[in-house]
Design a protein around this ligand. Structure first.
Ligand code: UT7
Length: 330
């Protein structure tokens, strides 16, 4: 039977910087302790991009270069680069363009997509929609964040959570029924009060005052975000299963955004999934914002089989959240 065309992930790449920032390091910087961080978040250490002059684009390039190598792909064949990030190299131009220049993707157009921790999920859906038009054959979707560039390392409410990293996928047309099957994406701008950067945008441009008031760092009111995240990620994942007549038994892996182990556990429970079917690397990398989901795919790719049903789920600043069902194509 001939299948309609779908957009499938055909390669994955990832990169995390070498420098580790452990809970014990943080104990020396703010009033916190390893036990509190581990029990409240599941995080033990995160990676930090320390080299001067290195930015999000450099991590993204490393992740994409892995795809170019494994697929023996000529960068000139890439049609489009979509970069999900909240830590672009500069306010403009788009980091996607800088990445394109660095990898030699001279025929690609590119743009950034800002949906915070749901950025990769939103970008994946956008890239898939481009593929489904039939006009584009090779799209790179990269989720990257250098969170250390916007974190106040005297603020224990945020510095214990975030880390740096990049994950990328190649999207190509698939005619065997593999790839993106369905997705639900949601936004609620009223959540912006709880997770944001106050200054540096058009609302409050940078000034001496904004710098002194530390308003260029990420602000998070953790508890309300936690409550929305638990409900949002679990609800949307359950809805996606239900409307596709799937149960936990049909799912090979849940690929959740890595914000907090307790949010991941709540989502898995709601979907009826045992822990063995949940990708978790938050203990090693913390919350890398747009990079968490592709970094999971990168780490687990050797365990995945063609046809496996994966549910990708995220919740983040905005608020933004959503879930996607993909059939693994590799
Ligand atoms: O990825 C984007 C979306 N973000 C999220 O999904 C994050 C959602 N939020 C969270 O993951 C959690 O809210 C946090 C991990 C940020 C905080 O955990 P919590 O269980 O919500 O802690 P809390 O803010 O309710 O604080 C509980 C207690 C407080 O002390 P008292 O008032 O009970 O005496 C805090 O002052 O823990 C204290 N506390 C800390 N203690 C040690 C807060 N932060 C720390 C800390 N170390 N780093």
């Amino acid at each position: 039977m001939s299948q309609t065309m779908k957009a499938a992930i055909t390669a994955v790449g990832g990169y995390v910087p070498e420098t580790k920032l452990t809970n014990f390091d943080l104990e020396k910087m703010v009033d916190t302790n390893d036990e509190w961080i581990k029990s409240r978040t599941g995080i033990e250490e995160r990676r930090i991009l320390r080299e001067p002059g290195k930015a999000s684009s450099d991590m993204a390039v490393k992740a994409i270069e892995e795809i170019l190598r494994t697929k023996n792909l000529d960068p000139l064949e890439i049609d489009c680069i979509i970069c999900a990030t909240v830590t672009p190299d500069m306010v403009f131009p788009a980091t996607a363009n800088i990445i394109g220049d660095k990898i030699g993707a001279k025929n690609a157009f590119g743009f950034d997509l800002g949906a915070a921790c749901s950025g990769f999920l939103f970008a994946l859906n956008t890239g898939a929609a481009f593929i489904e038009t039939g006009k584009y054959k090779k799209i790179i979707v990269v989720g990257v964040d250098k969170m250390s560039s916007i974190i106040d390392y005297t603020d224990r409410a945020t510095c214990i959570i975030f880390g740096d990293g990049a994950g990328a996928v190649l999207l190509e047309p698939n005619f065997e029924g593999m790839g993106l099957q369905d997705a639900i994406l949601k936004s609620d701008g009223s959540g912006s009060d709880f997770l944001h950067i106050k200054a540096g945008g058009s609302l409050k441009p940078a000034s001496i005052e904004t710098v002194l008031a530390k308003e260029h760092y990420a602000f998070q009111d953790g508890q309300p975000v936690f409550k929305f995240a638990v409900k949002g990620m679990a609800d949307v994942s359950a809805e996606l299963l239900e409307r596709n007549n799937l149960t936990g038994d049909d799912i090979a892996w849940l690929v959740p955004h890595q914000a907090n182990l307790r949010i991941i556990d709540a989502t898995a429970n709601r979907m009826g999934l045992p822990k063995e079917k949940v990708m978790i690397n938050i203990q090693k990398f913390g919350n890398t914002t747009a990079a968490t989901i592709p970094l999971c795919l990168w780490e687990w790719q050797t365990k995945l089989n063609k046809g496996d049903n994966l549910i990708l789920a995220a919740f983040g600043g905005g608020f933004t959240w959503g879930a996607a069902w993909i059939k693994w194509a590799i």
